[in-house]
Design a protein around this ligand. Sequence first.
Ligand code: TXA
Ligand code: MG
Length: 359
Amino acid sequence: METKLIQIEDFENITDDMLLEAAGIIQGGGLVAFPTETVYGLGANALDEEAAKKIYAAKGRPSDNPLIAHIASIEELAPLVAEVPEAGRKLAKAYWPGPLTLVFPKSEKVPYGTTGGLETVAVRMPSHPLARKLIALSGVPIAAPSANLSGRPSPTRAEHVWQDMNGRIEMVIDGGAVCIGVESTIVDVSGEVPTLLRPGAITLEMLKDTIGGVEIDPAILGPLGEDIKPKAPGMKYRHYAPKAELVLVEGRESEVMNPESSNIIAEINRLAAERLQQGYQVGILCTDETRDCYPQGTIRSLGRRDSEQDVAHNLFALLREFDDLAVDYIFSESFPQNHLGQAIMNRLMKAAGYHIIKI
Ligand code: TXA
Ligand code: MG
């Protein structure tokens, strides 16, 4: 299949005719990749089971992994859900449009092909003007997983989408680099107690401020044992996996902030030296404050350590860059797990297959 690439840069002045062809593809059951504020999405008509099947095929994704239905206005929620529990109403009011996905009991209108056979449906109203315009013009909710091949880091730029999806889908809309860089927060509001299924830019602290109690799905916190089944089926797969073996080195924050005497930096340098001596290519993921402390290997900074926003924004792009450079090992610094740091560490730990060295 020939994949068409269109470019839209001025989001404030998007006219209907810029997106008519894309909306036509969605209406016709085809696939269009488009930017959202979190990561690029691979969109199809969420109410069309055949279109949903094409998403799974293009991504090489297991079909028990449900899709998020994206809407452009709050009126579009009611037809998709059986009810809107109080917590869901409050969270939608506080954070939509934005990087929050809510899981509701589904209505009959939503096919099982979209929900991976579940009785619930995940819904998100993105804030990106291009995404909103595309959904509104298509006139249907758009099912959109991240627009990467299954198992690869989520795409934060159109180039990443092109690498993975060229020849597999009808169209890619290039809207430049996304803003946030990690996927939306997911909260299940379909049960008794609202449960955080995936951390993101709407942080646990923000959720608690809005609705009080929030449970955390154990799958977020550590490797899945025999007895832990994640409520978000996607969280069980080794997502965001770079081709190299990624190892996280974790210790007290004050350690990293004193580069001269840091045992964390010393350990990363020791690991890097060992692998380099064995003839492997080594990448190091660090921060602006520490980058000068690493004498060998391919060094990439995630940005300033005190800016979680920078780190989240750069994370997936750098993991992809290391793929392109074909490094064999990546040694990475860790981050405090509060606020956006929870999402950053969740993605890093999953990418590392929970291979963490504690200092
Ligand atoms: O930021 C985002 O959410 C991006 C952009 C494109 O909007 N989309 C995204 O989709 O990250 P995806 O498919 O890569 O991740 C969706 C996650 C998966 O872990 C899936 O298991 C979970 O949402 N999910 C979807 N429907 C669910 C449901 N009914 N119950 C529990 N988890 C669900
Ligand atoms: Mg994904």
